[in-house]
Design a protein around this ligand. Structure first.
Ligand SMILES: Cc1cc2nc3c(=O)[nH]c(=O)nc-3n(C[C@H](O)[C@H](O)[C@H](O)COP(=O)(O)O)c2cc1C
Length: 212
């Protein structure tokens, strides 16, 4: 069996929508809200799933999917373990990027900025709203640490269930990306795509178009 696979013929033409300066919002958060709503209405399975890219202080990057749990003009919020690999990277380098890809809409959104922990009361509120089993999983999982087996985790879970403890671990909580750069990408026919960027300059959003 050959170990390489040729994907040259995996080619789709994007013709569903267009993105024009006339129709976009002057506010990138509003524009994002419209597109997230389209993705939700279009039946995309997890429209709030996004790729989070972080990097070490030396700039070695890593990416993973997390779920967007809230957004406002303040930024984009997700929840995780502060001791995880991403948490450690954020603690030494708070520059980060988020990426959404909504295939059915032929759309991509790129966000860039700096990350901060959210206030503890927000993490507390969100943790309290999670299903019982999800709380337990968050408590037993020392996310990103090596473990000896799946059984190890399941045994820990059983022991925790018996103890009845469901308090939020202090190292579990939210982060917010304070966004200074948005790019909205709309696939167009024959690779002549639309790319609209919003960049924060002296407190105001400057809008420009990029070549595809
Ligand atoms: C659809 C999907 C949603 C996920 N949502 C989250 C999330 O909200 N928070 C989280 O910590 N990990 C989430 N994960 C798991 C992460 O991708 C990753 O495995 C984990 O956070 C550990 O990453 P790290 O070792 O780079 O810190 C999700 C994975 C998938 C595929």
């Amino acid at each position: 069996m050959s170990s390489s696979k040729d994907l040259h013929d995996n080619r789709r033409n994007y013709t569903k929508h267009e993105l024009t300066e006339k129709k976009i919002s002057p506010n990138p958060y509003e524009q994002f809200g419209w597109w997230l709503e389209d993705a939700t209405n279009d039946g995309i399975l997890e429209p709030n799933a996004m790729t989070l890219s972080t990097a070490t202080k030396d700039g070695k990057p890593s990416s993973r999917i997390v779920l967007l749990k809230a957004f406002s003009q303040e930024g984009f919020i997700f929840y995780t373990n502060y001791h995880s690999r991403k948490g450690k990277e954020i603690s030494e380098n708070n520059s980060a990027a988020l990426l959404f890809f909504w295939d059915k809409l032929e759309r991509q959104v790129r966000l860039e900025g700096t990350i901060e922990k959210v206030e503890a009361h927000l993490s507390e509120k969100y943790f309290a709203s999670r299903p019982f089993e999800s709380k337990l999983s968050a408590i037993v999982s020392e996310q990103s640490e090596e473990i000896p087996s799946r059984e190890f985790l399941e045994d820990k879970l059983e022991a925790l269930k018996e103890s009845g403890e469901t308090n939020r671990p202090e190292n579990w909580g939210g982060y917010i990306l304070k966004t200074n750069y948005f790019e909205f990408w709309q696939g167009r026919a024959s690779r002549l795509h639309d790319r609209i960027v919003y960049e924060l300059e002296n407190g105001a959003w400057k809008i420009k178009r990029l070549a595809p």
